[in-house]
Design a protein around this ligand. Sequence first.
Ligand SMILES: Cc1cc2nc3c(=O)[nH]c(=O)nc-3n(C[C@H](O)[C@H](O)[C@H](O)COP(=O)(O)OP(=O)(O)OC[C@H]3O[C@@H](n4cnc5c(N)ncnc54)[C@H](O)[C@@H]3O)c2cc1C
Length: 421
Amino acid sequence: MKKVKYLIVGAGVSGLTFANYVKNDYLIIEKESRIGGYCKTNYKNGFVWDYAGHFFHFKTDEFKNKFVNDVDSSDIIKQEKCTKIYYHGDYIDFPFQTNIHQLEKQEFIDCLYDLFNKAEKKKYDNFLDMLYGKFGVSIVEKFLRPYNEKLYAVDLRKLDKDAMGRFFPYANKEDIINNMKKNNVKSYNNQFLYPKNGAGSFMEILYNNLDKDKVLVDVEVTSVNVSKKVAMLSNGDEINYEFLINTSPLNNFLNILNQQKFKKLSDELSYNKVLVFNLGFNKKSKLDKEHWIYIPEKKYNFYRLGFYDNILNSDKLSMYVEIGYGKDDLVDVDKQLELTLDNLKEIGIVDIDMKLEAYESIIMDPAYVHINSVTDKKIKKFMDKIKDSNIYSIGRYGGWTYCSMEDCMVVAKELAEKLEG
Ligand SMILES: Cc1cc2nc3c(=O)[nH]c(=O)nc-3n(C[C@H](O)[C@H](O)[C@H](O)COP(=O)(O)OP(=O)(O)OC[C@H]3O[C@@H](n4cnc5c(N)ncnc54)[C@H](O)[C@@H]3O)c2cc1C
């Protein structure tokens, strides 16, 4: 039986980063035919498409330099983000809560009045409770509630008050009033980098630093014998590991550990799926500067649309469309494509002269994990327990968290350095 020090499940950004920070004795097993996980790029009819928008908002120079030092600077685009909300036939700036002054007068008055009369609490029970307490009824019911319900596809009372962590654009009354005269809202993603060849090209850089013979694609880890430290693969091989580093989604990983108590936890985990359409048209739309827009109204099937052509300065509309589903919902791709094209026409992004030249669909399953304190406690207990058997589960889905690609890299690097000693 083959032996390896680090057996890494998954060649997404987490698995690739981990391998970049350990010495030679590793093996990555990736079930797909290509590396990159959710950070992959597809090229079709001249269009460059990711798995929904994947932009880099670096906080640390170390990871930024890892990428930018490896490619010609002209191949990297730096953008000040331009994002809007499509609201009742018009556009206002994102986030909604700090741009209520852009609404028509009565709506603005409602939001402002409710903001000053909100029932703030010391302690919030859940995400929805927190939204009402911090922003008041109108801001919540006009944007925060419908948008997040479309995205998470779950009752928002089932999410933790901090379910979105640092990704939630908090703002107090002062911020909201000050923003009426001067845009001063800072967010984690005011600027972003994007490689001209798509986000996946950065993953190739991580991959190229590795020994390719130690990255097996098209092979799946199908089960793990925890006590013997042996992983069974879909090609029939068995690997004896010293450390198992899982980056595959925790809901699946819990099942391949073959223990009833872990399967039970898997069933309890809640998350959404996102259907993504990448669409390429023969000419640009009237939106020529927006990078992505938010669509809270439930009559439209999508919750977010992104514009690669405005990021890459290209002359044909190249966009992604995101549609949220509950974990058990069936996805009818053909029906959604038809609805999407109709809705894009209705909101004026596509007109009758525009022809769809290419498209593809991707289902991200899971996409956003539903963070709640009850399952969080159980997950933590599970993570502590498997550590005793030299198993670590990291990454956005392995760690069952809400984080960016860079966050995944930070955790993977720290774990590699800790285990290398
Ligand atoms: C809609 C959406 C938009 C996003 N946009 C951004 C963004 O703009 N910027 C940003 O920083 N982040 C973004 N993210 C988050 C980003 O996608 C993740 O943080 C990151 O890609 C997670 O990487 P990972 O390696 O942890 O997991 P993954 O990318 O999921 O990699 C896990 C790998 O494990 C493999 N695998 C699974 N099971 C097995 C098995 N049994 N055996 C072998 N291999 C297996 C999978 O095929 C996959 O390649 C977005 C996420 C979503 C859902």
